[in-house]
Design a protein around this ligand. Structure first.
Ligand code: SAH
Ligand code: SF4
Ligand code: F3S
Length: 459
């Protein structure tokens, strides 16, 4: 039967290889942490429907490609992945069922349906609670495309896992009303909505009972969080911090314009709030920031960072940068290098501007040559890498708390995180995943630290 909310039905899957009956599934995620969170929720829904998780994509009867639309490269990956699954299917005489989920599904659902006949169903990021029903339809040969944007509806269909990772994600806010001129997210995730604080506190309790020690509050603009009853983000953090078992709180991604005084103050008042903040600035040039519709200036950004560091002198900052935005001059690019020097980043993600269909910046004159973008990205990354290495090197010969999150490659080795989000490899006899231990840092590389156990810290 056709569900009421199915906004389109295309008939018949055109490729000739028979499709497997889905008993097992595999979700492959691209893009941001929100997609990782969504992938876990899709897994729970499919398991509630009787499917079991496959160890690898190749073994799965149903492959869910949870896609990202943010840059062209990310977006194109989905088509090559579909091609690989089709090829494997032709070889074995039976192919995995293919679901395309995530932001490419939302942005290009119709195009995927036309361009990739092997895709059995297409589900947007706000409609995935209907995934089991859509798989059921696909089994009967009905190919559905569901890219509705029903606010918050999906969350009511989701249970919370009984077992939780030591560091667990929790989506508290989704969508974006900021409309930066380069960005697809407002179109793929829809308008900003915040989930009710009471529901989130209940979910956090369950996560803590299931073993979570750290909660990462997620949102496209997480610091714009405000629920219908008026609970703001700083209040939400304070309530999460009061839940027994929760030792660490992080949040991402924040917008500089929403760094309120209350939120900055919370970093000085709430011990569980970790001294690390991902605060993308994108550019150090006010003219470019304006053209990007960022609603903050280089100066207002630096003021927030200074205020945070006054309150928490050990505050580490991470950022996102775009080089080669339309019209960016050499001098404006150098303003970006300057804000990097002023801020001193512990971590960063930097990208060449990628024109995205339907966004205002893609239509702007003065698109920058690829060679210029390549050159600027290399110069920016050289500076950021130096800062990251220096930040890590400064921890050598110090003692630091580490939340143990997963086993390492070698016997007896565990991998955890410092309060500043650095990965630490350590041999921690007697300690187990989920413990917070004190490690003595022995050496540092650009991406991780190595340490030895200093003492078992009382939980
Ligand atoms: N909501 C977050 C992150 C959005 S996407 C924020 O506002 O910061 C993550 C990062 O991808 C952005 O911070 C930006 O640096 C980058 N990005 C987004 N659109 C892009 C584009 N068209 N080209 C290159 N990088 C882009
Ligand atoms: Fe995209 Fe800007 Fe919204 Fe971030 S704030 S998701 S960069 S539109
Ligand atoms: Fe990508 Fe969508 Fe996240 S476009 S970055 S998966 S919100």
């Amino acid at each position: 039967m056709l569900g009421l909310h199915d906004n389109r039905l295309t008939s018949g899957v055109a490729d000739s290889v028979p499709v497997k009956q889905p008993k097992s599934y595999f979700v492959k995620s691209y893009g941001c942490q929100m997609n990782v969170y969504d992938a876990e929720r899709m897994g729970e829904l499919l398991e509630a429907d009787g499917l079991s998780p496959a160890a690898t994509q190749a073994e799965a009867d149903l492959v869910v490609l949870n896609t990202c639309h943010i840059r062209e490269k990310a977006s194109e990956k989905v088509y090559s992945e579909i091609g690989r699954i089709e090829k494997a299917g032709r070889k074995s005489g039976e192919r995995s069922m293919i679901a395309v989920a995530g932001c490419v599904a939302q942005a290009e659902g119709a195009e995927i349906a036309a361009r990739a006949p092997a895709v059995d169903l297409i589900v947007g990021p706000q409609a995935y609670h209907r995934l089991p029903e859509m798989v059921g339809a696909a089994v009967k040969g009905e190919r559905r495309v569901d890219t509705d944007l029903p606010t918050l509806e999906k969350f009511t269909a989701l249970g919370t896992a009984r077992k939780a990772a030591p560091s667990s994600f929790l989506t508290v806010q989704e969508g974006c009303d900021k409309f930066c001129t380069y960005c697809v997210v407002p179109y793929t995730r829809g308008a900003e909505v915040s989930r009710p604080a009471n529901v989130l506190i209940e979910e956090t309790r369950k996560l803590a009972d299931g073993g979570a020690r750290e909660i990462v509050l997620l949102g496209q603009n997480v610091n714009a969080y405000r629920d219908a009853s008026g609970t703001g983000f700083a209040d939400l953090i304070a309530r999460v911090a009061n839940i027994p078992g929760i030792a660490r709180i992080r949040y991402m991604t924040s917008h500089p314009a929403d760094m309120t005084d209350e939120l900055i103050a919370a970093h000085g008042e709430i011990d569980a709030l970790m001294p690390f903040l991902h605060l993308p600035v994108q550019s150090g040039s006010d003219r470019i920031l304006k053209a990007m519709n960022r609603s903050h200036t280089a100066d207002s950004y630096l003021k927030s960072i200074d205020a945070l560091r006054r309150i928490r002198p050990d505050m580490a900052i991470s950022g996102d940068f775009i080089v080669g935005f339309p019209g960016e001059t050499e001098a404006e690019f150098e303003d970006t290098l300057e804000i990097v020097r002023r801020t001193n980043y512990a971590q960063a993600y930097s990208f060449k501007y990628s024109p995205r269909p339907g966004t205002p910046a893609a239509e702007m004159a003065d698109q920058i040559d690829e060679t210029v973008k390549v050159d600027r990205l290399a110069r920016l990354q050289a500076l950021l890498n130096d800062q990251q290495l220096a930040f890590n090197a400064a921890t050598v010969d110090t003692a630091t708390d580490v939340l143990l999150e997963r086993p390492g490659k070698h016997a007896g080795q565990l991998i955890g995180k410092t309060p500043w989000l650095q990965s630490v490899h350590l041999y921690a006899d007697g300690a187990k995943i989920g413990d917070i231990v004190t490690a003595h840092i022995e050496s540092a590389g650009p991406n991780s630290l190595a340490g030895i156990l200093q003492e078992r810290k009382a939980a």
